[in-house]
Design a protein around this ligand. Structure first.
Ligand SMILES: Cc1ncc(COP(=O)(O)O)c(C=O)c1O
Length: 364
């Protein structure tokens, strides 16, 4: 096998080696069936068992209460930017939704939400280039709104909510795409949470929704069947041919999380990785410039800049030559970004730290 890089890509992200090996091993013959997992019907008992086991594993690892329903849906994370209002806006007659603007994907969610709802941005950190999570004025939590939307981890700018806002009776909706299963979260704080699968759950193109059951049955009657949360929950994700490969990989990812000690073990590892990396970058303050303010920094996406674009290009190229892959920041944001999701081992972060120290000596 060729040498595998330490892959800091923001997504689709690296997967754990045991998961990749298992896919390889059973690629031609899933479960002794003499066929690949992508060559079997989604409606036969063997596949349904896999799908329902995946749902159960996710419920168990998230410790989701019984009144929350789980469904897998086509279309990834950003599809939910439209589906959230289309499914929830009719909860209240004002058809109003509140949003917190914390970065690129939050901004996109707001733009998409505005097509289907009267949107009010109640807090934003845009004025400081999204380097923090803004405080919410409790008076802004309009009870006439159908929900409040937040992006719990901001993948592009590298900030993360430590705790989630108390919203009273207002359903909290969370985009957890880039942090699901990276730390324990109290699901009961949310009315609905969703995540594209391509970070900690495997394959791009699908998302998972976890929704409190009393919020269902409010979808627009014009909603296509496949985009209707209520229908999907009723059909247990089988409203049409589900993405069978993505479900299979999600199943293996969940089993890997469980075998590794569960979400608390993921959190401990993630905290250690982030602590070490932020500490090293902070130690070379005049050379590396961390973007996010202390107390707001993401444990998943570490963002920083160097003094010139040329130095940043050299950092990315020299890192690549040493097997540290995909450290370039988002094209709309620039700089450097190290995405260190669940599958990034501590050794990968240590390798990046060693490289970053050497780079200072070489160019400082
Ligand atoms: C917070 C967040 N939301 C949504 C998305 C987009 O998801 P998708 O590309 O699956 O639509 C991403 C992708 O990186 C993300 O980080």
């Amino acid at each position: 096998m060729t040498q595998r890089a330490y892959n800091f890509t923001p997504g689709p992200s690296m997967l754990p080696l045991p998961v990749l090996r298992r896919i390889q091993e059973e690629w031609l013959d899933y479960n002794g069936m003499g066929a690949s997992v992508i060559e079997i019907s989604h409606l036969i008992p063997e596949f349904k068992a896999l799908l329902f086991e995946t749902e159960d594993l996710l419920r168990e690892l998230l410790e989701a209460p019984a009144n929350y329903k789980i469904a897998f849906i086509h279309g990834g994370g950003q599809m939910q930017f439209a589906l959230v209002p289309l499914n929830l806006i009719a909860l209240k007659p004002a058809r109003k939704a509140l949003y917190v603007e914390t970065g690129l994907f939050a901004t996109r969610a707001i733009a998409e939400g505005g097509k289907h709802a009267t949107v009010e941005v109640i807090a934003s950190s845009q004025d400081t280039n999204f380097d923090r999570i803004p405080a919410i004025d409790p008076a802004a939590l309009d009870p006439a709104a159908s929900y409040l939307h937040i992006t719990t981890n901001n993948t592009v700018v590298g900030t993360q909510w430590r705790d989630f806002p108390r919203t009273g009776g207002l359903p909290l909706v969370g985009d957890l795409t880039s942090e699901l299963l990276s730390r324990p979260i109290d699901v009961s704080r949310f009315g609905l949470l969703y995540a594209g699968a391509q970070k900690n759950l495997g394959v791009s193109g699908i998302a998972v929704i976890v929704v409190r059951e009393d919020l269902l049955a409010h979808g627009s009657p014009m909603l296509p069947k496949m985009l209707n949360y209520t229908q999907l929950v009723r059909d247990r994700s089988l409203s049409n041919t589900v993405n069978t490969f993505a479900i299979y990989v999600a199943n293996l990812m969940l089993k890997w999380v469980k075998a590794s000690g569960g979400v608390r073990a993921m959190e401990a590892n993630n905290q250690e990785k982030a602590r070490l990396l932020y500490e090293l970058l902070g130690r070379h303050e005049g050379f590396y410039h961390l973007h996010a303010q202390p107390g707001h920094r993401s444990a998943m996406n570490v963002t920083f800049r160097l003094n010139t674009p040329e130095l940043e290009a050299a950092f990315i190229a020299e890192a690549r030559a040493e097997g540290l892959y995909a450290l370039k920041g988002h094209h709309e944001f620039g700089g450097i970004r190290a995405s260190i999701y669940n599958a990034m081992p501590l050794e990968g972060v240590r390798a990046l730290i060693d490289f970053s120290e050497t780079f200072v000596r070489r160019h400082g």
